[in-house]
Design a protein around this ligand. Structure first.
Ligand code: ACO
Length: 370
């Protein structure tokens, strides 16, 4: 019997601190008028020093599990898509696994820049459709503010921090993720890049001095690329799902620039009302932008079970991706679970495992010396 991967839970988190265009105008040579008219962005959320990609990911994950009424120990796979992971390694997904108490989950990070959440949803859906697992958590989480060059007006006005998470669950009922299109073109890798900190250009005093650990972008080229692929990828995913644009309630585009979204809507010959747009309040949150837009629409009732959505993203790589999903909502369950409560036990058991490793280290260390 065919298996389907349904979206049964959703959650989002953003830092409390809001940075307005007017504040930015005090930091670099820009203005509220320029930023609004060229991008559509009015403000963005910025992580506090004690917030990171993992802390935002954990918050969104717990909310998504609460909506799905799924206990963390039932999760079998965690994918964190991020352009700003906690470390090069370990994976941010493993830190989330530990902090939410997902004791039976495999966990890895997915690096496809802003397209990462759509890539991740498709990967998790494929795993569920094969029957090899039933419950997965896909998270897009970012603290782009920590990689932003706050002296570069070309980029610092664009980005914001946040996270969004979906729970995917398997069922024999048709629905959920219906089709997906994943694409890449590495010849444009230099158009949007954090040049240093990897094996190509390891960290040195030179790289820090040259600001090579921060985002560098050729905005015009990225803009041209985005307007070329967004409508086309949307059409391809709709066609792959054997639907037409009339079957689609909302297109959920990556929230990078309102002009890119308007251009895509024009090419698709749909009204802007059929696009979910919230970048005015969040800026570009990369992998988190699509799940945040969907969370807001699901929470205020604009998205209802049965509605079909296209998610379409583009980003560094270059990468682009689209997918069609039929909205499901939570599966009926018998007992209420409280995923947030698992965090306390997760903390205790994490400390216990660290302590055990420490004690074992002492014992084995003594034996080796002996
Ligand atoms: N305030 C005032 N002026 C500015 C600012 C600013 N913040 N930024 C640039 N300008 C100036 C430029 O210096 C330029 O001046 P010049 O003509 O004297 O050289 C002028 O404004 C026009 O610059 P353009 O680059 O042509 O401006 P454009 O209309 O293309 O808008 C923007 C720039 C907003 C960056 C646009 O190109 C864009 O959105 N590109 C796509 C970026 C994107 O989506 N990136 C994210 C990809 S997703 C990911 O993976 C993270």
């Amino acid at each position: 019997m065919a298996r389907y991967a349904h979206i049964t839970g959703w959650g989002m988190a953003v830092p409390e601190r809001v940075l307005t265009n007017h504040e930015l105008a005090q930091m670099v040579d820009t203005s509220d008028e320029w930023i609004r008219s060229r991008t559509g962005i009015g403000e963005r959320h910025i992580a506090a020093p004690n917030e990171s990609t993992a802390t935002l990911a954990v918050e969104a994950a717990i909310k998504a599990l609460t909506v799905a009424n799924l206990a963390p120990d039932q999760v079998e796979l965690i994918i964190v898509a991020s352009a700003t992971p906690e470390h090069i390694f370990p994976a941010t997904a493993c830190l989330v696994q530990d902090r939410i108490g997902a004791v039976k989950a495999g966990a890895f990070d997915l690096s496809a820049a802003c397209s990462g959440f759509v890539y991740g949803l498709n990967m998790a859906a494929q795993a569920i459709r094969t029957g090899s697992m039933n419950n997965a958590l896909v998270i897009g989480a970012e603290t782009l503010s920590k990689f932003t060059d706050w002296e570069d007006r070309n980029t610092c006005v664009l980005f914001g921090d946040g996270s969004g998470a979906f729970v995917l669950q398997g069922s024999d009922e048709p629905g959920g993720i219906l089709s997906a299109v994943l694409r890449s073109d590495g010849s444009g890798g230099d158009l949007l890049i954090v040049p240093a900190g990897g094996s190509h250009l390891p960290a040195s005093t030179e790289t820090v001095k040259n600001r090579q650990h921060l985002i560098q972008m050729n905005g015009r080229e990225v803009f041209r690329f985005a307007t070329r692929v967004m409508a086309q990828a949307t059409r391809e995913a709709v066609q792959a799902a054997q639907l037409t644009m009339d079957d689609i309630k909302f297109v959920v585009p990556h929230q990078a620039n309102k002009r890119i979204i308007e251009n895509a809507a024009n090419q698709l010959e749909i009204s802007l009302e059929r696009c979910l747009i919230n970048l005015e309040r969040y800026g570009n949150t990369s992998t988190a932008s699509i799940p945040i837009a969907i969370c807001e629409a699901a929470e205020d009732g604009r998205i209802q079970p049965g509605d079909r959505l296209v998610m379409v993203a583009f980003g560094a790589g270059l990468t682009w991706a689209s997918l069609v999903a039929q909205w499901s909502g939570p599966f009926p369950t018998k007992h209420k679970v409280y995923p947030a409560w698992y965090r306390v036990w997760a903390r205790v058991s994490s400390l216990m495992r660290r302590f055990r490793r420490h004690v074992e280290g002492l014992i084995w260390g003594t034996k080796e010396q002996g």
